[in-house]
Design a protein. Structure first.
Length: 618
């Protein structure tokens, strides 16, 4: 039996600065703060209103949906983490499960029935009590409506029955044991609002404001590709955030963000380039944080896009279906150079799928298995597989087609572009051509299967189930016209069998071993080439932010945490707080940098989840 002792809510302190987004993929921009409302011109539509404190976040990613049932992009899922509570949260010290909407939980001896106690002090922003019935309704809707399961269906696919015998008790019955029952990253929505929705596939939750939630903030307004506005939820059980308004506004100029930070026009910039971080280290009133990250930077190969109905689609290069070609490309990637030259030492060489920060799940290939940088061996492998060079030095396939590949690149990510140039050089020596296609929106060609390779990456949760699930056959789209939850159309029976085993294994050591075997299999197939684990490289103004929690607390990161601890805990510096009595308007602006493409790649995704790029999820 698993028991968690109820943790009483912390006394309501001054409103806390919340956590703003969950993983990267955002771009910074400069914005000009108006220090005093009395001197300010009327704000333009989407700008922060005069009076009160406003925290503005510049983002480069479009919102796919404000519906928690549909949203898969990072900016959307980040907003939802602010607007809705989950059953559990992650401890800021060590990421262990702690109470969220549920104060405690226990399982039956056979692990097939889980009972959660729902807290009494969580209220929806419209004043109504949040109850177990809201959670039961949320999960049941996902279990019975495939459209409602679009974003987070993997969490409920094993649920047999969900009931709420009373307002404070939630009971989940499972078909088989499930190891993620204390890490269900599903936003719980208010039944009395959402039961009125008809077609969940078309309802984007963006017409009536404010949007009722029970997280630290309430969504108050939204305009596509312009802004999202939020206000503190004064009913939030942990205490309301400190700022009077939160605005996500759309910009794409990364260099302007650093300039704005130096001028004091913004307070925080994550995902800095190494050059930017170096320049800021000596700047007055600016602190640079350089900590081990929770994401990976990878190269994804199109394995032949297909749907569950076995229909193939897309225009991926057929040569990449040959394991010999994928292995040769692996052998012609110098990870040491990528870490030293592109990340300038602010990263660790990539190996397994789970970053070293998550020690129990971190995997390294053995000596015989490891594909180190060996271009001569890559040449030999291609020759043996029948991919010979012609008179022009170009590799030609068995069908006579040149090995000319395309790679999807995020236009706002300097790391994509820099690594792309190295790949062109390294693969060019093999006789392989590479066109680097840098786009503002990589999601469209990605989901259509119209690519050969793509820069990819995910921010990994303390529980790795989700980032592993996106490579299972079950996440493929139902038909070529659908989207699905797959990352890269991988469907490997051996990987699926290991995933099924780890999902029901409660023994920590045994489950960790299964997760490592899954990474080993993913490595051997050659569809995912993890090149680096970038550090969290970020900076903030100490004259605007007095104190703030990293996660983990000992040498952790601020941006892209699990939960909302950094921004919820942040304490404004005295000169950044403003004075309501004087009528001044102190505006604190937070900007997310372009290298923030924590995920470097994709557009099909889901919560801390996890992807960190312009078109990805958490």
């Amino acid at each position: 039996m698993v028991m968690v002792t109820k943790v009483p809510p912390r006394p309501v302190a001054p409103r806390r600065l919340l956590r703003l987004l969950l993983a990267a993929g955002v771009t910074a921009t400069a914005m000009v703060a108006v220090p005093q409302a009395a001197q300010a011109a009327p704000p333009a539509e989407g700008d922060a209103k005069a009076g009160g404190t406003t925290l503005t976040v510049a983002v480069s990613q479009s919102v796919d949906s404000l519906s928690p049932f549909l949203a898969q992009k990072l900016v959307s899922t980040s907003v939802h983490r602010l607007a809705y509570e989950y059953l559990t949260n992650y401890d800021v010290k060590d990421a262990k499960p702690i109470p969220g909407l549920a104060t405690e939980w226990k399982s039956s001896p056979d692990k097939l029935t889980w009972t959660y106690t729902i807290r009494e002090d969580s209220r929806w922003s419209d004043g109504k009590q949040a109850t177990a019935e809201d959670a039961a309704w949320t999960f049941n809707k996902m279990m019975t409506d495939e459209n409602a399961a679009t974003a987070n269906g993997s969490f409920t696919s094993n649920f047999k029955k969900v009931t709420a015998p009373d307002p404070r008790t939630l009971v989940i019955e499972l078909k088989k044991p499930q190891a993620t029952m204390t890490a269900l990253d599903v936003p719980i929505v208010p039944k009395h609002i959402w039961e009125k929705v008809g077609d969940f596939s078309k309802f984007n939750n963006d017409k009536q404001f404010p949007i009722v939630g029970n997280g630290p903030f309430v969504i108050t307004d939204f305009k596509v590709d312009q802004y999202i506005k939020l206000k503190p939820n004064k009913n939030f059980w942990r205490g309301a955030p400190q700022f009077d308004e939160l605005v996500f506004k759309y910009y794409k100029d990364g260099d302007a963000a650093v300039a704005a930070l130096q001028k004091g026009e913004v307070s925080f910039v994550p995902n800095l380039t190494p050059a930017q971080a170096a320049a800021l280290k000596s700047a007055k009133n600016i602190k640079v944080n350089d900590a081990p990250g929770r994401r990976f930077f990878a190269l994804a190969t199109n394995p032949g896009a297909r749907a569950k109905d076995d229909k193939t689609f897309g225009n991926g290069h057929k040569a990449l279906l040959d394991p010999a070609v994928r292995k040769a490309l692996f052998l012609a990637v110098d990870r040491t150079t990528i870490v030293d030259k592109v990340f300038q030492g602010h990263a660790v060489e990539g190996e397994g799928y789970i970053p070293p920060r998550f020690g129990s799940y971190f995997w390294k290939p053995g000596t015989e298995q490891k594909l180190g940088y060996d271009p001569a061996k890559a040449e030999q492998l291609l020759d043996q597989a029948g991919y010979r060079k012609n008179g022009d030095g170009k590799r030609v396939g068995k069908d006579g087609r040149p090995l000319d590949f395309r790679i999807l690149c995020h236009a706002t990510d300097p790391n994509d572009k820099a690594v792309g140039k190295y790949l062109q050089e390294w693969w060019g020596k093999l006789g392989i051509g590479l066109k680097v296609e840098c786009l503002d929106n990589v999601g469209d060609p990605w989901t259509k299967g119209d690519y050969d390779l793509a820069f990819d990456g995910w921010s990994v949760n303390p529980d790795p189930d989700y980032v592993l699930s996106i490579h299972t056959c079950g996440t493929l789209p139902a038909t070529p016209k659908d989207t699905g939850a797959t990352d890269n159309f991988i469907c490997d029976p051996q990987f699926d069998a290991l995933y099924a085993q780890q999902s029901v294994e409660y023994d920590a050591a045994k489950r960790a071993d299964l997760v490592k075997r899954m990474q080993s299999r993913l490595y051997d197939t050659g569809y995912m080439n993890v090149m680096a684990y970038p550090n969290a490289l970020e900076a903030y103004r100490t004259d605007q932010i007095k104190s703030i929690k990293t996660m983990p607390e000992a040498a952790g990161n601020l941006w892209g945490q699990d939960g909302y601890w950094s921004w919820w805990s942040a304490v404004p510096a005295a000169d950044a707080a403003g004075s309501g009595d004087s009528g001044s308007s102190s505006t604190l602006w937070l900007v997310l940098g372009p290298a923030a493409i924590v995920l470097v790649g994709v557009g099909v995704w889901a919560a801390v989840r996890r992807r960190s790029t312009a078109d990805d999820r958490e």
